[in-house]
Write a protein that binds this ligand. Structure first.
Ligand code: MLT
Length: 274
């Protein structure tokens, strides 16, 4: 069900599924340039795979129905996530972020680890942008201003989905294309600038004391499995699950496998009687 919260510096829209008194709240942070519909298969499974869990899928500031951040930094997104967690009165928060959502989840850990009981990092990495990647972000921002979102994000589509999905699931390819194209201009330019300027989070990894699940599509070309294994080597309580026949958007491409991995992780990391 859709909810909108007025936070101190803007509106945040989210979908919430599952009972309010569930012992665990799974807070989901989408990537770039996505919105909360990225998580539709996890929301749909709230009564089956995630029956003891409340699921909160946010539109990050500037995406979907949420208003843009005042400042384009990972910390600003993280602070919006903290405010949303408070607004939904989430308890025992499992914070899950895909790609840019993972960058934000690591910023959340730095800023308010005490609110986080477990982490799920999907198709993401801890390293900062290279100089070449920073240049591309600046070009993307300029193109978005001059040519519009649909033109500037068109080149991002091939990297989003694995080869199996692109060959066999044209309807999903079309849905992801539509999600990219409907991103508000402010969402694209703020997030591209924040990602370009984000710090390296490698030293954050060894400070993560909570159980951590790392999920990656075996055909993810944007954040390949090597990035996931590099993170797992530094996080004390991490395990990696590699998803077959999936690229960057594992949660949409192979939802049954991803949901099973998350459900198993929640059972082991946060057992109901603990
Ligand atoms: C994402 O999916 O969030 C992007 O691939 C992240 C990025 O551009 O670094």
């Amino acid at each position: 069900m859709e909810h909108t919260f007025a936070l101190s510096d803007g509106l945040i829209t989210c979908d919430i599924a599952g009972p309010r008194d569930a012992p665990i709240t799974l807070v989901l942070l989408h990537g770039f340039p996505h919105d909360r519909t990225l998580w539709r298969e996890q929301l749909a499974a709230h009564a089956t795979a995630f029956s003891d869990t409340r699921i909160v899928a946010l539109d990050l500031p500037g995406f979907g129905g949420s208003t843009p951040p005042r400042v384009a930094t990972m910390d600003a997104y993280a602070d919006a996530v903290a405010a949303a967690i408070d607004a939904v009165e989430a308890r025992r928060v499992v914070l899950a972020g895909l790609s840019m959502g993972g960058y934000i989840a690591l910023a959340c850990w730095r800023r308010f680890a005490h609110k986080i009981s477990a982490l799920i990092l999907l198709d993401t990495k801890a390293t900062a942008d290279t100089d070449a990647a920073r240049t591309k972000r600046t070009e993307l921002i300029a193109e978005t201003h001059t040519a519009g979102v649909a033109a500037s994000v068109a080149g991002l589509l091939p990297g989003q989905l694995g080869r199996t999905t692109r060959a066999e699931h044209p309807a999903l390819v079309a849905q992801v294309d539509a999600m990219l194209r409907r991103t508000p201009l402010a969402g694209v330019v703020h997030a591209a600038a924040a990602m370009r300027d984000r710090p390296d989070s490698t030293t954050t990894l060894e400070t993560i004391t909570v159980p951590t699940l790392i999920v990656v599509g075996e055909d993810d070309v944007l954040t390949p499995p090597g990035d996931s294994h590099a993170m797992a080597a530094l996080i004390p309580r991490a395990r990696v699950v590699t998803i077959a026949d999936a690229g960057h958007l594992t949660v949409l491409e192979q939802p049954i496998a991803v949901n099973a991995a998350i459900a198993e992780f929640l059972d082991i990391a946060l057992p109901a009687d603990a």
